[in-house]
Write a protein that binds this ligand. Structure first.
Ligand code: HEC
Ligand code: HEC
Ligand code: HEC
Length: 107
């Protein structure tokens, strides 16, 4: 827990020094997602819902360092099983995948 916090703090400082980090909440990360259409994760949308860095990092999404943003290997099966985005997008904390494909996938 302590170490995770330090990692996040360190990454924030790196971001402030001005490297081209794709860092939420100000940035977005795109996942290709194949024929369903790409999925854009918006840091701002999530920050505006009151979510803090620690809600996602590093338990749900580990930090892998500059240049590796968006490299998490996410599958729809994982999400439906309550992992990655599905930790929250399960119909309880946030909208569930079922009937909401187009909220995440845009052609
Ligand atoms: C709702 C979940 C969520 C919240 C809240 C969130 N992030 Fe992220 N963040 C992500 C996702 C998803 C990625 C992409 C992960 C991947 O593909 O490996 C990411 C990626 C990153 C990366 C690049 C990761 C890497 O591997 O180098 C940094 C840096 C980062 N976030 C910093 C932050 C900071 C700082 C905050 C708080 C201000 C924050 N994040 C809040 C979900 C979140
Ligand atoms: C909460 C956001 C979200 C919702 C809602 C969502 N998806 Fe996804 N989906 C993703 C993400 C993220 C990926 C991984 C993309 C990547 O890594 O390229 C993905 C990947 C996929 C893939 C690529 C292959 C695979 O199995 O991983 C398919 C197909 C897919 N989704 C179908 C669907 C369908 C059908 C629905 C509606 C029933 C849906 N998705 C709803 C976020 C979502
Ligand atoms: C820590 C919890 C959490 C995680 C993890 C998370 N989300 Fe969300 N997300 C939320 C909440 C809360 C909302 C707003 C409530 C709602 O719309 O149901 C939201 C809203 C959204 C929206 C709606 C944006 C809009 O325009 O209204 C999209 C798209 C989305 N998330 C995609 C994703 C994707 C893709 C991932 C994984 C890469 C992800 N989320 C991971 C909690 C989370």
């Amino acid at each position: 827990m302590r170490i995770a916090l330090l990692v996040v703090v360190a990454l924030i400082s790196i971001g402030l020094v001005g490297t081209a980090l794709a860092v939420p909440p100000g940035k977005t990360i795109e996942f290709p997602a194949g024929a369903m259409g790409k999925v854009t994760f918006s840091g701002k949308v999530h920050a505006d819902k009151g979510l803090k860095c620690m809600d996602c990092h590093t338990k749900i999404f580990p930090m892998k360092g500059p240049g590796k943003e968006g490299s998490a290997k996410i599958t729809m099966a994982d999400i439906n099983a309550g992992k990655f985005c599905g930790t929250c997008h399960n119909g309880t904390k946030a909208f569930a995948p079922k009937d909401n494909c187009a909220k995440c996938h845009k052609k």
